[in-house]
Unconditional design. Sequence first.
Length: 360
Amino acid sequence: MSRVYNFSAGPSMLPEAVLKKAAAEMLDYEGSGQSVMEMSHRSKIYDSIIKGAEALLRELMNIPDNYKVLFLQGGASTQFAAIPLNFMNGSGKADYVLTGQWAKKAYAEAQKYGEAKAVASSADKTFSYIPKLNKADFTPDADYFYICMNNTIYGTVYHELPDTGDVPLIADISSCFLSEPIDVSRFGMVYGGAQKNVAPAGLTICIIREDLLGKARDITPTMLNYQVHADNDSLYNTPPCYTIYICKLVLEWLKENGGLEAMKERNEKKAKLLYDFLDNSKMFRGTVVPEDRSLMNVPFVTDSDELNAKFVKEAEASGLINLKGHRTVGGMRASIYNAMPYEGVKALVDFMAEFEKANS
Ligand SMILES: *Cc1c(COP(=O)(O)O)cnc(C)c1O
């Protein structure tokens, strides 16, 4: 068996140790005589999995007690509607910063439900930077202020959070979940799809400050009402049981490997290797301004579409897969989430150096 280095933006690589453990437990989970796939979500044995996952997440992210952790379905995209339905019910206003497609989609959804305002945008330069924010533009009585923390497609990240005062800050952290420590207490809510950095597809994790719950509009579908899921410990209906189990294994792996501080160090070392190469290459260059570069998603280009295509094709033949960039940026993108080992980034950089030599 030979495994490739998968640079996909999501679904993406999982730690090999996690896959092996899941394989070993596939037919008989801890002597229960069943696979986790076959278990009742209301059984005692499954309860220890979902509760265990929550406890580990709370420990790793240092989540304060006044926050609820919800394990939901529907992807990050479903939350684009759930967020205004649950929270845009005071002034009916909310501020959005447009830093890419995911923020734009969330903004468009919120416009259906109330007065969503775009307070800044980096669309003028293909979202290659995080726009500077001017507090005078913020809506003082907004129900919340929304950002997409790490922009998966464009490769930017907020290194500093906006100061929104008493207005709750809500962040989509899909593509930087668990990649480094964050101060959850700075947010009203953080959430993300699990398939980038936490688990396989099918699970969305929402972490919500308790005092923001219970304000959903009457028309909110029951399944989109966060209070309903909070009241039922994420067991209002059948949760994505197996994905939550893999999530638990990933969290155990994170803990065994030093937690989020250690992950940050690892991720910085990986990203530095790639960015340093890009900064010194005559053929390849990164597309993001250096001060806003993401640790997780690294878009880069050559000056020729033909060379880009050749690179992606030849990389794939060398076991470096899914390097084609998003269609709106072109070129290449390497997603180097937690599960991508240093050796994978090293293999990529070595391949880029060889390619540059052979084609210039
Ligand atoms: C992938 C992604 C999404 C969409 O996630 P789904 O789970 O497919 O709905 C939203 N936001 C960000 C930042 C993403 O990376």
